[in-house]
Design a protein around this ligand. Structure first.
Ligand code: ADP
Length: 488
């Protein structure tokens, strides 16, 4: 019988996206379905999901969900358009019909995020009962759904139909934990014994992600190296202690990417196709994007470094800014696409003003431009301080845009450093998070760039790497089977 897997996530492509979690929750179920799993996905019903008759239908109405002293009533919906696996939604417009998923544009995190995601997490059980479809594995993602592991542990398992259900929590970014003041604990409806140092209590606060870490059968992260890094205080964000206690149940599985949407030979968003055999189209893409961004003719043959990123401390954008003058001395061009921290946005704007011939900054979220930059760039810069997995370095390798990355998390796992492995290298790494180390990697990259045959070889190797979800899905399937059979 097919293994039954229920994905519970707060975002998934193509329905709602703020980051890499959406790519995983949208793509991995499809790859698991292709391996024969009966996989289904549960999401909140956001305004981005079409509710018309032929798009989604109501499955059940006025389902009561207790949250503290309140009972909220939710409706369940099911997606009707063709998809390779069923998708369900929890409708509670008071909570989810908002322009942003988690934050108010001015006031920051929504004040009722705890209520919103407790409601969503508790609705999991109600949906399964309604469908009379009980999963073998409840696959939870990040703090927004982590409490469901505690519900299974303290409440749901006493239902004989649910007692066999195993929970897996995938941590996409340990920095986001769902931290709320202590009184919020009463909203969870969990017994007091869940609020201990071994449970969800965290320095006098209520930590949703910690509940997931404490009460899931297994924990995974999105790359093997990140799974090791979060056991150390430096990257453990205060949770390294409990993670070390659960170390035997923790694994890292490198994310895949959507190799159809990110395919330079069939990408409708780029001006010319290219592939590993025929790279001529890549030059067309470079000329096009440089012209589009208004780089002067005189620099159009210089190496183009690109960045597509949230502009936040984690991503190490400040390192690029620090190194900018030296980069310019090396005659490279830089194109940055991103949004985020207003301070970094301002500094990037100033960088463009200081180097109007060689720096272009586009402060926007623009998927089509992201594709054109991946296709047109020579080098992709990703100097992250930490990176649970990272997707852009994999997109860039697929587009023959060789990545320069800090040797951390998924960047370290997915890129082979050409400086250390000249025959097998697919990118360039630096090992200290310093301006000098970053510039060292850039100089190495530029030496290879000037040796055309060597550069082509490296591009071909990078473009031939298998980053498909099929590989990741096989690892998840093995993990699910282990969980269900009770072996480790
Ligand atoms: P994170 O999830 O930490 O933001 P990832 O590299 O895992 O980083 O995923 C980021 C995703 O968001 C990628 O698909 C990337 O292309 C996309 N992205 C980030 N910023 C932008 C932007 N400004 N415009 C278009 N796409 C973006």
């Amino acid at each position: 019988m097919a293994l039954k897997i229920l994905f519970c996530a707060s975002e998934a492509t193509p329905f709602a996206k703020t980051g890499g979690l959406a790519d995983v929750a949208g793509s991995l179920p499809e790859a698991l379905a292709a391996l024969g799993c009966d996989v289904r996905l549960l999401l909140p019903l956001y305004p981005t999901v079409e509710r018309s008759e032929n798009a989604a239908k109501i499955l059940a109405e006025w389902i009561p969900i207790p949250v503290g002293i309140h009972t909220y009533h939710v409706h369940f919906w099911q997606w009707r358009r063709p998809s390779s696996y069923p998708v369900y939604f929890v409708e509670k417009d008071e909570f989810f019909h908002r322009p942003n998923l988690y934050v108010h544009p001015v006031r920051g995190d929504y004040e009722d995020n705890a209520q919103r995601f407790i409601t969503f997490s508790r609705a999991v059980y109600a949906l399964c009962k309604h469908l009379e479809w009980i999963p073998d594995v409840l696959h939870l993602h990040d703090w927004q759904t982590a409490c469901a592991a505690a519900y299974r542990h303290f409440l749901w398992r006493y239902d004989p139909a649910f007692s066999h259900v195993r929970t897996l929590l995938t941590i996409h970014n340990l920095a986001h934990q769902g931290l709320f003041p202590e009184p919020y604990f009463t909203l969870t409806g969990l017994p007091q014994e869940a609020y201990t140092i071994d449970g969800m209590e965290f320095y006098g606060q209520c930590n949703f992600l910690k509940a997931g870490i404490a009460y899931s059968h297994r924990i995974s992260t999105v790359s093997p190296r990140y799974a090791r890094e979060i056991l150390e205080p430096k990257q453990g964000f205060g949770l390294d202690g409990i993670l070390r206690r659960r170390q035997d149940d923790l694994v890292g599985i490198l994310n895949g990417i959507d190799v159809e949407r990110w395919d330079p030979s069939h990408d409708p968003l780029i001006p010319a196709p290219f592939d590993v055999e025929r790279l001529e189209g890549k030059k067309v893409c470079k000329d096009h994007v440089m012209q589009e961004l208004g780089f002067p003719e005189a620099v159009k043959d210089d190496p183009l470094c690109v960045v597509v990123s949230r502009l936040v401390h984690q991503k190490g954008i400040d390192l690029i800014l620090d190194a900018l003058d030296d980069m310019m001395d090396l005659s490279v061009c830089l194109a940055v696409l991103g949004t985020g921290d207003p301070h970094l946005e301002k500094l990037l704007g100033q960088a463009q003003s200081r180097h109007p011939d060689r720096v272009r900054v586009v402060l926007a979220f623009d998927d089509a431009l992201a594709h054109r930059l991946e296709a047109g760039g020579d080098l992709f810069l990703m100097p992250s301080r930490y990176e649970p997995c990272g997707l852009n370095q994999m997109y860039s390798m697929r587009y023959g845009t060789l990545p320069i990355v800090s040797a951390t998390g998924g960047l370290d796992d997915s890129v082979v450093d050409a400086a250390q492995n000249p025959q097998t290298g697919t990118g360039f790494k630096f090992y200290e998070h310093t301006r000098e180390a970053f510039l060292g990697a850039l100089k190495t990259a530029l030496e290879v760039y000037r040796n055309a045959p060597q550069w082509r070889d490296m591009q071909r190797r990078a473009m031939s790497e298998d980053f498909s979800w099929g590989r990741a899905a096989r690892s998840y399937l093995t993990l699910y089977e282990d969980m269900v059979s009770g072996s480790r």
